[in-house]
Design a binder for this molecule. Structure first.
Ligand SMILES: Cc1cc2nc3c(=O)[nH]c(=O)nc-3n(C[C@H](O)[C@H](O)[C@H](O)COP(=O)(O)OP(=O)(O)OC[C@H]3O[C@@H](n4cnc5c(N)ncnc54)[C@H](O)[C@@H]3O)c2cc1C
Length: 317
């Protein structure tokens, strides 16, 4: 049976056990979140060969340094592992604003040394738990902006909506993820589809692209099941009137038709209006089922896999 070697400690692995499960069983303190290989909270470093799936989704720069995801790694041979030094930051709550009764805009101070691309996510720590939230702000703004939806019975939602106030200090992890705008190909058309607070990363990515002078068309479809869920509508309409290459399409999946809002699911409307997506760059954020079906639809409509960037908001395990 394979074993983990951590700081000279030998930890035997059970059959089909992941590195994360083994560490938790041995009471080793380790960060983790979604346990599905998405949030990357459980990233560790190894000194040996790793199974391919343990590095799936990691940037090349991390792969070559033997970083891997503990939740996705089931070693067949002994593996020497290291827990990277914790690089967390303290931030202060600058403001909390209800954008709708169900969505709060949380602004945090930018800790020294915190670097990010709009659209990446950070992990927020509270009560020995971790949740991921996407960055809607731009690095030149004097705050980090998060949009947080109220989840009934949710631990973090309740804390943020009911307890957190201006001036409180919170612990956050470094920015992670690969769902962000990159320069180069300024003429490439961009399609964005988001549901609910999936708008947060898209709002950051959109403004980043416009700030970099992106010239190709940018089409943003934002879906909600309620009219209030279509938050930041005025701001997005303003951006679309200022930038002729940007169009904003709010979509309502339920209820009576509203002027200026398309009726139906954002993903279905966006795909029907773009039957040929060859050469497009695509960003998909929010509900995991929507992201999955949009990813498939975009691929079938011609988008190259490497041009599809996703941020499924998976609940913490
Ligand atoms: C990469 C990433 C980025 C994310 N970015 C954002 C963001 O920008 N804004 C944002 O609001 N959220 C975002 N999320 C989701 C966020 O991390 C939390 O999962 C969410 O806020 C719920 O946490 P909670 O502690 O309130 O609820 P929990 O205590 O975790 O859950 C309470 C109950 O609700 C269920 N539940 C949790 N989430 C959902 C859901 N979405 N739909 C239905 N049931 C659910 C749980 O299974 C559980 O039964 C992101 C997730 C990931 C992985």
């Amino acid at each position: 049976m394979a074993r983990l070697i951590l700081d000279g400690r030998i930890l035997p692995l059970r059959e089909e056990e992941s590195v994360l499960e083994c560490l938790l069983r041995h009471d080793v303190e380790v960060n983790y979140g979604c346990q599905a290989g998405v949030c990357q909270s459980c990233m560790l470093q190894s000194e040996g060969d790793l199974p391919e799936e343990a590095q799936k989704g990691l940037k090349e720069t991390l792969r070559v340094q033997n970083y891997f995801l503990a939740c996705q790694c089931q070693p067949q041979n002994d593996l020497v592992i290291k827990i990277p030094a914790k690089e967390n930051f303290q931030a202060e709550v600058v403001s909390l604003e209800r954008l709708t009764p169900e969505v709060v805009r949380l602004r945090l101070s930018v800790p020294e040394g915190f670097q990010y691309h709009p659209g990446q996510f950070l992990n927020l720590f509270h009560a020995d738990q971790t949740r991921s939230y996407s960055l809607a702000s731009l690095p030149n703004e004097p705050f980090l902006e998060l949009h947080i939806r109220r989840v009934p019975g949710g631990l973090f939602s309740r804390w943020i909506f009911q307890r957190l106030t201006e001036g409180n200090r919170v612990e956050i992890g470094p920015a992670q993820g690969e769902c962000f705008y990159t320069e180069g190909l300024p003429e490439q058309p961009i399609l964005m589809i988001g549901t609910g607070t999936g708008l947060a990363p898209l709002y950051g990515i959109l403004r980043d692209a416009l700030t970099h002078g992106h010239e190709g068309d940018i089409r943003l479809y934002h879906g909600s099941s309620t009219p209030e869920g279509l938050y930041l509508q005025e701001e997005l309409e303003r951006l679309s009137s200022e930038h002729s290459n940007f169009s904003y399409v709010p979509c309502l999946s339920r209820g009576p038709a509203i002027e200026g809002v398309r009726s139906g699911r954002a993903v279905e409307i966006a795909l029907a209006e773009h039957p040929d997506l060859k050469g497009w760059r695509v960003f998909l954020c929010g509900n995991p089922d929507m992201v999955k079906s949009a990813q498939r639809g975009c691929f079938l409509s011609g988008t190259s896999v490497r041009d599809i960037y996703t941020d499924p908001f998976l609940p913490a395990a």
